[in-house]
Structure formats: C-alpha cells, structure tokens
Ligand binder design. Structure first.
Ligand SMILES: *Cc1c(COP(=O)(O)O)cnc(C)c1O
Length: 424
C-alpha cells in the first residue's frame, strides 16, 4: 500500500496490494506489470463507451481551453444549460428541473432535502422516508440513512435518522410468484400510508435493479403500482438511478423502461461516460415551484463548489451523443448475455441467474457462508489471472461491461467465467 494513501472500502491490513494501472483503452485496463485485464464491471459501474474514448477526451480538452470552471451561483454557462436540456428531453416529461452536484451520494442528499423541504415550505412536517430493505443510496449521512443498515453503515448506525423499510420485491423466478410478493409489499405500504397520511415525505427506490446489495432485480409492473400508490396518498416518489441510468437496464433510464414518472430522479455514475465526477438531481416543476418564493427561508440552501463543472458537463454532452450513436449496443446486450447464460443454467455452483439489460448476475452456491470474504477475494484474484476484472458482491457474481464490448470480448468474459467456476 502506498504510504500516503487511504483506499476506499479497503481494510489495509488484510487487503492484497492494489494493482497499478498504466493506461486503459476500450474495455481493457493495461497494468504496469504488463498484462491486460478486461473491465467486466465498468470500473464501479461508471464507464459506458470504453476507457479513454477519443470523443469524450476531445470534448473535455476543448472545454478546458475555453472555460474550465466557474462559480455556479450568479453565473451560468452553455455546457450546463445544454446538458440540462438534453437530459430533460430523455427523461419522463414531468421532470424539468436539473440540480447539479458531483457524485451519486450528493444526488441522493439533494433529493432527500428537496422532498423534505417541499413539504415544510407548504407548512407540513413530513419527516419520515419509506425505503427498501437491501437498498444502497451512497455513503454520506442522509444517503446512508435511507440505505440498508449493513456492514458499510454499521459504525455510524446511532447517527442515522429513522427510516421505515419494506422488503424489495425480487423477481428472479416466476412472474406469478413475483406478482404475489409485489402485492404483499404494496399492501404493507398502503397500510402505512393510509394510517399516517401526513407522516411520509417520500418513497425512495433503486428501480428495476438494487445494485450494491447484490444485483437484486425487480419488475416494471411493481414500479407502476408504486407510482399509483404514491400519487393516491400524496407522497413523493424518488428514483435513485445512479446505477440504472444511462442505458444500464437496456433502455435510456429504468423509469423510461418501466413507463413510470417519478417526482425526483438521481443520476450520476454513467453521466459523463465514466470520465469525470458529476451528478444531477432532476425534479418536477411542482417541486421547483414549492421553493419559488419571496421568502428567503423557502430557498434550497444546498450547493457544491464544483456544481455543474463545465468539463463534466462537456463530457456528459459527448457521452449522450455516443449513447445515441450506439443505442443498439446497450439495447441488445441483454440478448447477448442470455445466449451465453444458457450454457450456465445447469451449473451446480450457480443459482438465480438473472439479467436486466446490460447487467447479468448469478448467485454462487456455497456451504461456507463464514468463508464468504475469502471466497470473494479468491474469485477476484483468480479472475485477474484469467484477464478479468470481477468484484463479486458477497456470493453474487455479476457482469456489467462497457457498451462497446465486442462479441469476441464478451465470449472471452464468459469463457473465463466457466474456467473460474470450475476452479473454485
Ligand atoms: C453508487 C451508487 C450511489 C452512490 O454514488 P457515489 O458516486 O458512489 O457516491 C448511490 N446510489 C446508487 C444506486 C448507487 O449505485
């Protein structure tokens, strides 16, 4: 470990030495010691079009020579305005106002503040959020509070505000079972919303795929019913699409795929194609209007020094153009995953094989749950030896490659996966 660095999510005492990356191109990382590793997880789910894509690199270089950054209060600029316009054009029609910040956690913080103050600005104290078991919304305090109480948030549990949680309806098997599970969750939510109509500021969910907890996948009909419930009981619906946004689910956004109009959406990760940190919280005109006032106390007092960074916005604009150009790549990846996955259906080490768009996941059958961490580390190490960057979530193996992956490269990934499963 470098003597001046503290790595994220890393226990320095037991973690292996980090691998030094010299360069990257397309889906490949080039290590300093020579070998090439295929980035099967898009470098923590951010990369869309491949590493060092020349079009995004050029857009950033050009912007850097014109306007690298400027305070975003009292001043504005073209890249921020253009990116907002183009994002809004791709989102459900009710979402019209873009608030910029710089990572997924802050996108969620802003959404929570918007939702909470939306009510207080109207004289209502609604201080509770409804969230889902197994949720992950980021590592800042508000985002941790609406996320699952887990290993990650354990040390801070006493500092987190209370949230009410319902189970996330998983749909990994049959539709009839999924529908029954969804109905139970909806009934519970309906009961809560009916019993205490003025208690809830909003409902926050990772739509279609719960990411960090283990790529747990749900269905569109549930989200549609959730929207109806939120509207019927006059509470806000927040979609955390930090991971599912920008093509990951096979459509532009999970809300588009599910045909649902949330009141607020949180975006980050893929927004710049994986080049620069940027985030956007996009809300409805009704929410924006609730802050539009002569009373200074009704202002949303939130902001970050690098809000709407022009370089990030320029990268975002270039990335959106690439998404249009290569729409087929993320639309067709689900079918490609499915072709490869049929060969794994009966594998004795695997269960719950599932796909949503560009994300394929499977649970590893293990009789040593206590050994899980070692197994996870073992898989990471073996994957590197096979030329793959994999990072299982507990016993969940998943693939989420950049959209530019070729058919040959995807076949290479699945060949490696077969070998790995035979080895462990
Ligand atoms: C990664 C993630 C976040 C947090 O984003 P950061 O940029 O890591 O702060 C929030 N929500 C979801 C669904 C995520 O996957």
């Amino acid at each position: 470990m470098h003597p001046n660095l503290w790595y994220p999510y890393t226990q320095a005492k037991t973690a292996p030495e980090p691998l030094k990356v010299k360069a990257a191109k397309g889906v490949w990382l080039e290590l300093e010691r020579g070998e090439r590793i295929l980035d099967c997880i898009s470098s923590w789910w951010v990369n869309l079009h491949g590493h060092a894509h020349p079009k995004i690199a050029a857009a950033i270089a050009q912007q850097a020579q014109q306007l690298e950054h400027v305070i975003f209060a009292g001043f504005t600029h073209d890249p921020a305005e253009q990116l907002a316009e183009r994002l809004v054009r791709r989102l459900p029609t009710n979402l019209t106002r873009v608030f910029y910040s710089d990572n997924g956690s802050t996108a969620v913080e802003v959404a929570l503040k918007m939702a909470y103050q939306y009510w207080t600005n109207q004289g209502q104290a609604r201080s509770t959020f409804l969230a889902f078991e197994g949720a992950y919304h980021g590592d800042t305090f508000g985002a941790m509070a609406v996320g699952a109480r887990s290993l990650f948030s354990h040390a801070f549990a006493p500092l987190l505000f209370d949230v009410e949680c319902v189970p996330y309806p998983i749909a990994h098997s049959d539709d009839a079972i999924a529908a029954a599970t969804e109905q139970t969750v909806l009934d519970t939510l309906e009961k809560q919303l009916t019993q205490q109509p003025d208690r809830y500021a909003g409902i926050i969910i990772e739509p279609l795929v719960q990411g960090a907890y283990g790529m747990r996948m749900g269905r569109s009909p549930f989200l549609q019913q959730l929207q109806q419930l939120a509207h019927a009981h006059n509470t806000l619906l927040i979609f955390d699409e930090v991971m599912t946004g920008f093509g990951r689910t096979g459509d532009w956004f999970a809300c588009i795929k599910a045909n649902v109009k949330p009141d607020i959406i949180c975006l980050s990760k893929g927004i710049t194609g994986g080049f620069l940190p940027l985030a956007a919280t996009v809300c409805s005109e009704a929410i924006y209007t609730a802050f539009y006032s002569d009373d200074p106390l009704q202002t949303l007092y939130h902001g970050h020094s690098y809000a709407a960074n022009p370089l990030g916005c320029a990268a975002g604009l270039a990335s959106l153009e690439l998404m249009v150009e290569h729409e087929a790549a993320f639309q067709q990846m689900e079918a490609k995953h499915r072709e490869h996955l049929t060969a794994l259906t009966d594998h004795p080490r695997l269960t719950n094989i599932r796909v949503t768009g560009t994300i394929a996941a499977m649970d590893l059958v293990t009789d040593q749950p206590g050994y899980l961490n070692h197994l996870t580390l073992d898989i990471r190490k073996r994957a590197i030896a096979l030329g793959l960057l994999l990072r299982p979530l507990g016993n969940v193996l998943y693939l989420m490659p950049p959209y530019c992956i070729t058919d040959d490269e995807l076949a290479f990934v699945y060949r490696g996966l077969h070998t790995l499963l035979d080895e462990i």
